[in-house]
Design a binder for this molecule. Structure first.
Ligand code: CTP
Ligand code: K
Ligand code: MG
Length: 182
């Protein structure tokens, strides 16, 4: 694959995992997933992980994956670039669910290490969602996963994701959608 094809594949395949965290910011609120419960004096997850945000985030990512599938044939012709095979149904769900599961796992680890809601955890903040999205996708459809995420595409994903994450969060912060720029 040439460099353009690698970049396009990495970005296209990860889009349904990029959108859920941002959609959760917009749809979040209401009852927290942990129901306010604590463990060793700290919240299990905290008020930043809600049912509404999680549901809204998964829905947004899945809808985006279906939209990408719908425009796949046309775009492949128009752009004359090799796109990854359409998202199989299990992957449509695995990408956004994995992204939010990664984010929830990170909050669990933040609370266990004494970090309050909104505190930064450099490294974890930028990669939690991508790692879990990839793991769930590999479990959901190993054939599609290995055909799409070749070693060079995987390396590109791990490189561009932190950059995209940092920049979109700074934008969301500047637009007052988020209370911290991470
Ligand atoms: N959000 C949500 N449900 C999720 C993830 C996010 O409702 N599963 C919403 C919450 O309103 C949250 C906001 O999106 O405050 C920003 O998400 P994030 O930065 O992940 O949460 P924080 O509030 O920073 O909490 P934490 O320290 O646990 O990450
Ligand atoms: K987060
Ligand atoms: Mg945060």
């Amino acid at each position: 694959m040439d460099i353009v094809a690698v970049l396009v594949t990495a970005f296209w395949a990860m889009l349904p995992a990029y959108v859920p965290n941002n959609a959760a910011v917009l749809t979040g609120g209401g009852p927290p997933i942990d129901g306010g419960r604590t463990w060793n004096g700290e919240r299990i997850l905290g008020d930043g992980k809600t049912w509404r945000g999680t549901g809204g985030g998964i829905a947004a990512g899945a809808i985006l994956a279906l939209l990408l599938n719908a425009v796949h044939p046309t775009l492949q012709d128009v752009l004359a670039v090799q796109l990854p095979a359409p998202f199989p149904p299990a992957v449509v769900l695995a990408l956004p669910t994995g992204a939010l599961l990664g984010d929830i796992t990170a909050s669990f680890l933040k609370r266990r290490t004494g970090r309050e809601r909104g505190a930064a955890f450099p490294g974890l903040d930028q990669l939690d969602f991508v790692v879990m999205a990839l793991v769930l996708t590999a479990v959901a459809d190993w054939g599609w996963f290995t055909a799409t995420f070749t070693p060079e595409v995987l390396a590109t994903v791990l490189l561009i994701t932190p950059l995209l994450h940092v920049s979109t969060n700074v934008i969301a912060y500047k637009l007052s959608l988020k209370s911290e720029p991470w």
